[in-house]
Design a protein around this ligand. Structure first.
Ligand code: MD3
Ligand code: FE
Length: 219
């Protein structure tokens, strides 16, 4: 951790900094801090239209993380597989539109990480209660792997597993804190990654929850 990064009471970064995780993978510490309240307000509006829900995996498990989407396409999982759909299967309606502040934050973060012109058409919202986790996986349901993915972390901190191109490659453990943004593309786009079971360390902005937004070009 660079010496200029100070961690106050709740573990948020107070300054932004840029850490390189891979050839084309960057962690922008605190990049979303100034917009965090605006982002949480946007999540509350999205939730009123399409609720967070625990999806089933094709293998028959129920995910511990609750999911939601905004944008033209949304990621869903059920007994028949993983895919992007234009409608929320729960409401039968289109997913809520992607709020402009979210879209512009994602585009700015991508640009700061060397991916100018990123226009996502999907934003997956993950909501983690204490104890929930995301096991090691690759993001490969998007049509075009040449676009990067941008992720924004809000609320409780989590330990991110940053693996390699094979499931068994040793994974680095990287804390993700309120306001942190990660961007990965190029050769890092298909790295295995996951989130360890969340500790209950309530955050003033969200209580005992963590939110992660991932912006993707899915279609
Ligand atoms: C992957 N979400 O929704 S994003 C997912 O925090 C997902 O909710 C996690 O994986 C979450 O599919 C992690 C953070 C991240 C950061 C850097 C990466 C994922 C990465 C670099 C390479 C590959
Ligand atoms: Fe992922």
């Amino acid at each position: 951790m660079p010496a200029n990064l100070t961690l106050p009471l709740f573990g948020d970064a107070t300054q932004s900094s840029r850490e390189q995780l891979g050839q084309h993978a960057w962690l922008l510490r605190g990049f979303a801090l100034a917009q965090a309240d605006e982002l949480l307000t946007a999540i509350a509006r999205i939730r009123a239209q399409s609720p967070f829900r625990q999806m089933r995996t094709p293998g028959g498990f129920t995910m511990s993380v609750a999911l939601n989407n905004c944008g033209a396409l949304g990621w869903t999982s059920d007994a028949s597989g993983y895919r992007y759909t234009p409608r929320d299967p729960l409401t039968g309606q289109a997913w809520p539109p992607m709020p402009l502040p979210l879209l512009s934050l994602a585009a700015q973060a991508a640009e700061a990480a060397g991916f100018p012109g990123f226009i996502p058409d999907a934003c997956l919202l993950n909501r983690y209660p204490p104890g929930s986790r995301l096991s090691l996986h690759q993001d490969r349901n998007e049509r075009d792997f040449s676009a990067p993915i941008v992720s924004v972390s809000l609320g409780m901190g989590a330990v991110f597993l940053f693996g390699g191109h094979a499931r068994n490659d040793k994974a680095a453990r990287i804390p993700l804190l309120h306001g942190d943004v990660a961007v990965w593309g190029g050769e890092d786009r298909l790295r295995y990654h996951g989130i360890l079971p969340l500790k209950d360390q309530p955050h003033p902005a969200t209580g005992s929850l963590r939110y992660n937004l991932t912006f993707r070009k899915a279609g």
